[in-house]
Design a protein around this ligand. Structure first.
Ligand code: URA
Length: 279
């Protein structure tokens, strides 16, 4: 049988397509870094001798840390996030703490912190999941396509970014817009909870499943949870919270805009602005 010819080496275009498909959509530095050449992580292995088997361990070995200092263990990071968030007396102090917080690995890959936008005195606060590419570039939440729709949703209840407050559960863009890990969410939760406590809105609107599940401690999917009022304990008082669809989801499934309109009307009613809306 004729030997199978190996695939030809991919050209640059094919490699780029491969990276794009894998979620790589921006360069982190001008020069490529060969992390496997780092002597700390790539100790040469003698080829002629068999590699001795490590003694059995109770826990699997941790994956190698590619660069920089070792991040704190997740439990440690969650505890230090709680402590840091608890001690922030103001939104400015909370933002400053987050700028320096190194317990979440997303900070290292994001371009900048995306803290919040809008009016900290607002009576309504909208919370999404995590910034995307446009937000990472601008440093403001919801400025891309879904942000434009969120602006229209907010305008539909007679408000705008000067009268509403907008933030995310995760304040750094996950690389390639991947879903944040449960650990990343747990590490960032104390900060968004403190942010909600400091803004102290009358109504909290959670946008989409991840934000709803993380903030309202429910495992219910958004199809069930949307439009149902819940209590949210800010730490200083109990406010009303309403889950609704994430604008990115509405862009993909416009037929759900009708339900989201019902949710927004309920928010307007709770704020007492419903009469100002046209029917
Ligand atoms: N999606 C989010 O959840 N948040 C943003 O800021 C942008 C898109």
């Amino acid at each position: 049988m004729a030997p199978v010819a190996p695939d030809p080496a991919p050209d640059v275009r094919q490699l780029l397509a491969f990276y794009l498909e894998a979620g790589v959509d921006c360069a982190l530095s001008e020069e490529p870094v060969n992390r496997l050449a780092d002597p700390d992580i790539a100790a040469p292995v003698a080829r002629t001798e068999p590699t001795p088997r490590p003694p059995p361990r109770e826990m699997p070995a941790a994956p190698p840390i590619l660069r920089g200092d070792a991040p704190p263990a997740p439990d440690e990071a969650i505890a230090s996030a709680r402590e840091a968030a608890r001690t922030a007396p103001t939104l400015a102090a909370l933002r400053a703490l987050l700028e320096k917080f190194d317990g979440c690995a997303l900070r290292a890959t994001a371009t900048r912190l995306v803290f919040a936008d809008g009016n900290p005195e607002a009576r309504v606060m909208f919370v999404g999941e995590a910034p995307g590419r446009d937000e990472d570039i601008e440093g403001l939440p919801f400025v891309g396509r879904s942000g434009k729709l969120l602006d229209r949703m907010i305008a539909a209840i007679g408000l705008d970014r000067k009268s509403a407050y907008i933030a995310n559960v995760i304040p750094w863009r996950p690389p390639g817009n991947r879903t944040p890990t449960p650990q990343e969410t747990q590490i960032c939760l104390p900060f968004i909870r403190r942010q909600i406590e400091l803004v102290d809105p009358d109504v909290l609107v959670t946008l989409g499943n991840p934000s709803t599940q993380a903030l309202l401690s429910t495992s219910e999917g958004i199809m069930r949870s949307r439009g149902k009022w819940r209590d949210y304990d800010t730490g200083t008082r109990v406010i009303r919270a309403l889950p609704t669809f994430h604008p990115a989801y509405l862009l993909r499934s416009p037929s759900y805009k009708r339900m989201s309109w019902l949710d927004l009307r309920a928010v307007a009613k709770a704020l007492g602005t419903a009469r100002a809306l046209s029917t």
